[in-house]
Design a protein around this ligand. Sequence first.
Ligand code: TLP
Length: 346
Amino acid sequence: MKLIDLRSDTVTRPTPEMRQAMARAEVGDDVYGEDPTVNRLEERAAEIFEREAALFVPSGTMGNQICVKLHTQPGQEVIIEQNGHIYNYEMAAMATISGTLARPIPSENGIVDWPTIEAAIRPPAYYIAQTGLICLENTHNMAGGAVMPRERMAEICQKAHARGLPVHLDGARIFNAAVALGESVAELTRPFDSVMFCLSKGLGAPVGSMIVGDRDFIERARIVRKMLGGGMRQAGVLAAAGLIALEKMPERLHEDHANARLLAEGLAELPGIDINPENVPTNIIIIDIAGTGMEAVEFTEKLKQRGVLALGISRYQVRMVTHYDVTREDCLRALKVMRDIVTGKS
Ligand code: TLP
């Protein structure tokens, strides 16, 4: 029986087309700037985001942390939504690599507003740590794939810039946001000083993320990437899959969103499970299972025994993510398994 892996969209395997492209990829030493496939991927990413330049990095975490380092000075603060990935799931790298401290702020379902950000900006005094950067996340992972509208991002960037502050976008899933909003990634991300997006999540590439920005920023990012050990050699084998991810996969993300909605609607009908399908705009579903009398560990273990993997993210919360390797039929089967578990049939 096929294992239905809903833990994350990071689990996708390269498609047959990606495998072929990887096998055929032209390569060179990318530390010397000589890998033609990496160069093509970087050019295409810059074109698609309508930016001067782009950089291929091994992971979303490295991409984000390079940007945090470039925008800040040690001893500064970074304003970020309290459940943001850069703050919560990147090994405290903003402290260890950049010497910065997070200034976490609350939000309504992951969508921060300018007044809350403004209130967190530190007053200008030499004896107070200064704010160096604002980070946004779209879609917001731990807010169930919440989508921040373009206008909100533009307002925050414009007001931050007026205060002399740069804004970085953790756009690991910006293509999901673009599909949900019906807008291009270029339009959505134009006002940001830097953007990181992942090829290896919904877009299905096996490895890799990109940073996009202006030429000077990307050249400096290349230096920090090397410093962190992210200078890759014949990385064209990875970039070849990345190019397919970038060109072909965004157009199918709506399927993942429809599958997530289907799952959410089915889950909303199960006793003891709390989820509002209206709050599932993209491919991430976060359910509260407190009403079932089970904790996330027990629930996910029971699911696993029946061939479905989901991720416990707190005592009573479970996350499920739809992606290329999960079909509509898989979602229906996962639903049946969950129905049986919560109604005590198995
Ligand atoms: N997210 C992973 C886990 O780390 C939680 C996942 O399964 O969702 N930004 C965002 C918004 C992310 O969700 C992730 C990965 C990253 C950055 C980091 O990307 P990687 O895993 O490539 O370092």
